[in-house]
Design a protein around this ligand. Structure first.
Ligand code: SF4
Length: 469
């Protein structure tokens, strides 16, 4: 059962707008951006939500209405692999209205989706959404800043000032449990070389403590921001919430931000899992990723937290250029020493996806058989040391890379063609090539990104072309 403060009765003549989240309800309801859009649309039209695991995405959560009865459908694309479900929902619903897609994947590269949508919104839609849903047709839509219909040569990404936080939210059983989602910032002050967020949500913006709402009706608060510990008042926010009696769940923390005071605050806030993302156990590869967390900082964070949390969760990447089997073994070796400080240790390992708009966009995806071998080594070694390990599905990361880097031709993958026919997209990209996503202006200069890439490659001992699949 969910609590929905924005739901209203349909009034005759109102425009019917569907928000479609082509993935599970649990993730969709935990997405604050969608809740903001939903509340704003309901001020000027009638909005209902669709999730792929509720009536197969074909009927709304609110009233069970058919998607085909709506005039506008807004698809939120958070992960490239959601494209398959989105295309299926469009096909099975027989939806005939205006189809618009948005979300981080669209901000990254909408080209593989051109065939399936009338328009895309490139950016944060908070301030534009009412104009978008009221547009009569695609022509009117195309006049709105941030809209891409396939004809525009350049589109400048739209971002907005962080407004006052929502006072009330839909509360459902989401990824963080029944909790209030508190967004304390957007964008990131860091420069990790693999990270899309630093590029597509720039510039970094923080919410002032005064703009945070008085939370009611729940026991738990999930704090979200790309790097929450970088918020200048992070400790103060968590402390205040815990003093008000809330259980707090922050997204992953930076190891170098952990000190005794923060550990105490997190304990009082009933945080059960400490989540850190060192990304690699090798100092050499860490320099390449520009994560700027040393092993000493990680070990220090773990030692300071010993006995204070039930579980330590560590995020790592594999398939980094120049990575050896020893570098990968070091991940488990480190995690095994941390087991002395935590009853449970989990490592989550994902293959590196060279994302558009990041300095690594020219890089190839790692050799598939090498990466398979590394995954199986990690699996075995983790088991040996009693470390929890969730095996990444390599095929999903390959498909993610193809969809992230492809152009219009890749839409055939969404129509049933085998992904193996697109494996060329995993190869390194020629530096002088025009890229399918070059038309999006995210506010960076391509020449500067290239300069950054070449400097990163210099930290390795081979030129980028030698990291071929
Ligand atoms: S990986 Fe995290 S810390 Fe690094 S730039 Fe991205 S959001 Fe920021």
């Amino acid at each position: 059962m969910e609590f929905n403060p924005f739901q209203k009765k349909y009034k005759k003549g109102e425009r019917r707008v569907a928000i479609v989240y082509p993935n599970r309800y649990i993730g969709g309801i935990a997405n604050l951006g969608l809740q903001i859009l939903y509340s704003k649309i309901n001020e000027v039209a009638h909005c209902e939500r669709f999730y792929s695991d509720v009536f197969g995405g074909l009927r709304s959560v609110e009233t069970g209405s058919k998607l085909s009865d709506f005039e506008v459908a807004l698809f939120s694309l958070q992960y490239e692999t959601d494209y398959f479900k989105a295309v299926e929902i469009i096909r099975r619903s027989g939806f005939q209205g205006i189809k618009i897609a948005g979300g981080p994947c669209v901000m990254e590269n909408p080209k593989p989706l051109l065939k399936f949508f009338d328009a895309f919104f490139i950016g944060e839609a908070d301030e534009k959404i009412q104009e978008i849903v009221l547009a009569k047709d695609v022509e009117e839509l195309s006049e709105i800043e941030g809209i891409y219909t396939g004809k525009e040569e350049k589109v400048k990404r739209v971002y907005c000032k962080l407004e006052k936080h929502l006072e009330e939210e839909i509360i459902g059983d989401g990824a963080y449990g029944r909790s209030f989602i508190l967004e304390i910032g957007r964008g990131c002050v860091r420069r990790c070389s693999f990270c899309l967020v630093r590029q597509i949500y720039a510039p970094p913006r923080w919410r002032d403590v005064e703009d945070l709402p008085e939370i009611k009706g729940v026991n738990k608060v999930a704090i979200v921001a790309p790097s929450p510990t970088d918020h200048p008042k992070f400790k103060e926010i968590v402390q205040e919430l815990s003093e008000l009696g809330f259980e707090v769940s922050p997204s992953s923390l930076r190891a170098d931000a952990i000190d005794e005071e923060l550990v105490e605050i997190l304990k009082l806030a009933k945080v059960k899992t400490l989540t850190l993302a060192p990304e690699t156990a090798s100092p050499r590869l860490s320099e390449f990723l520009r994560k700027e967390i040393s092993y000493e900082e990680l070990r220090n964070a773990v030692e300071l937290s010993a006995g204070s949390f039930e579980k330590l969760k560590l995020y790592y990447m594999i398939g980094i250029p120049g990575e050896s089997v020893e570098d990968v073994l070091k991940i488990v070796e480190n995690a095994a020493t941390f087991k002395k400080s935590f009853p449970r240790v989990e490592i989550s390992v994902n293959p590196l996806v060279p994302k558009p708009h990041t300095p690594l966009q020219w890089l190839g995806f790692a050799d598939l058989s090498e990466i398979e071998n590394k995954i199986s080594i990690l699996e075995k070694e983790s088991k040996k040391h009693g470390i929890e390990f969730s095996t990444p599905k390599l095929k999903e990361f390959v498909i993610q890379t193809i969809l992230a880097r492809g152009d219009e031709m890749v839409s055939d993958l969404l129509l049933g063609k085998n992904y193996r026919e697109f494996l060329d997209l995993l190869k390194p990209i020629e530096l002088e090539n025009t890229l399918p996503w070059d038309f999006i202006d995210h506010g960076y200069k391509k020449s500067k990104l290239l300069h950054e890439f070449l400097r990163l490659i210099e930290t390795l001992d081979k030129p980028y072309k030698q990291f071929e699949v």
